[in-house]
Design a protein around this ligand. Sequence first.
Ligand code: FES
Length: 144
Amino acid sequence: MSLLSRRNFISFSLYSSLSALAAATIYPIIRFILPPKIPQAVQNEVVAAKIGELNPNSSKIFKFGPNPGILILTEDGKYKAFSATCTHLDCIVQYQTEMKHIWCACHNGHFDLFGKNLSGPPPAPLEEYTVTLINDEIIVSKKI
Ligand code: FES
């Protein structure tokens, strides 16, 4: 084996080893930083509250699967439920008792009690859910 080919062989071995070491070090770090996506179960119905839990002209934020929902008991005693995720930049909306509509504090977005975007930057209405009263529970489900 000539000197040049021995030098090439040693260089190749050294660079190969360093490359393998770098890959073995960097790969776990990347896997830690970017965790695998875990599929979430689809939830179409949830118990949002018990009857009597809300006073008229008030609201409650509830969990609808991984997302927040908002349940509102209007002044005239009707339950309304919507996705509580603002359609602008995903802030959580709230019910404003003085204005009697839904408001997003992030950028002053306003929605009426049908979920329609009234003013501010939200580009689309809130998703409205179906509310059903069964026994003493308020069941919220996605509209089909
Ligand atoms: S996130 Fe709601 S108005 Fe911007």
